[in-house]
Write a protein that binds this ligand. Structure first.
Ligand code: ATP
Length: 224
């Protein structure tokens, strides 16, 4: 059965999320939230999608291919997590709208597609490239910290309009166009910036990222 055919019967409608980022490098904060997102929304897959970053903006010696290789190593055999290279294969800026369009084309009209964003990114959503198109292609799920509910800026409130729903059941009644704010159990105090600084100054990164990612970093002499 093709992916498009699966969309035909309600019980088999695919649910897929994209989680974008630079993943420079991927760490346990990213991976744990991807796993929790998948469980909270009963998703078939979460695609972790490294952004194409101009070479002069990446950490010295760390290419998109290396970020992807670390992501693959970090995911390992974790069920339902996918290292997705589509933004690295595309020239120019990585607009989420274009990425969602390519997922939509691949998964078919009926698939439930989610773009997951952190609260900070969500607050800037109205200034993203083609914000309305994001909702024409996917649902937006905001990963909140439990205590993090503030009023929305005017442009964002305008964009969001009446889209917000309270449950994943309501969200997945349609293929796209909704907004759900979701608290995930664990938000780890881990950042890639801190990991890069630790590596650059010879400090330990143990237990901040998967061992396989640390091994890859050491083997290839990255972030020194
Ligand atoms: P940097 O420190 O380089 O800015 P980062 O650690 O914030 O990187 P990104 O690659 O920018 O990582 O993040 C990708 C996605 O993962 C974003 O949606 C971000 O909000 C989320 N994220 C980052 N750190 C964590 C964390 N500790 N727990 C959960 N989600 C995280």
């Amino acid at each position: 059965m093709s992916v498009a055919d699966q969309g035909a019967s309600e019980s088999a409608v695919l649910r897929v999320a994209m989680l974008g980022g630079t993943f420079d490098p991927v760490h346990l904060g990213h991976l744990r939230s991807a796993v929790e997102l998948r469980e909270a929304l009963a998703l078939d897959r979460v695609h972790l999608i490294p952004a194409h970053v101009p070479p002069h903006r990446t950490a010295p010696g760390v290419s998109g291919e290396q970020r992807l290789a670390m992501l693959e190593a970090g995911i390992g055999d974790t069920p339902g997590l996918v290292a997705d290279a589509r933004e690295l294969r595309r020239e120019g800026p990585s607009y989420s709208a274009d990425t969602l369009a390519s997922l939509r084309e691949e998964l078919g009209e009926q698939a439930r597609i989610v773009m997951a964003v952190g609260h900070d990114a969500f607050l800037k959503l109205a200034s993203w490239h083609q914000p309305e198109r994001l909702f024409a292609l996917a649902h937006v799920v905001v990963i909140e910290r439990p205590d993090h509910r503030s009023a929305l800026p005017a442009a964002l409130a305008n964009l969001v309009g009446e889209r917000e729903v309270g449950t994943s059941r309501e969200l997945f009644a349609t293929p796209c166009g909704g907004l759900l704010r979701l608290s995930l159990p664990s938000r780890m105090a881990i950042s890639a910036t801190d990991i890069r600084q630790r590596l650059a100054t010879g400090r330990s990164v143990r237990y901040l990222l998967p061992e396989a990612v640390e091994r890859h970093i050491r083997t290839h002499g990255l972030y020194r």
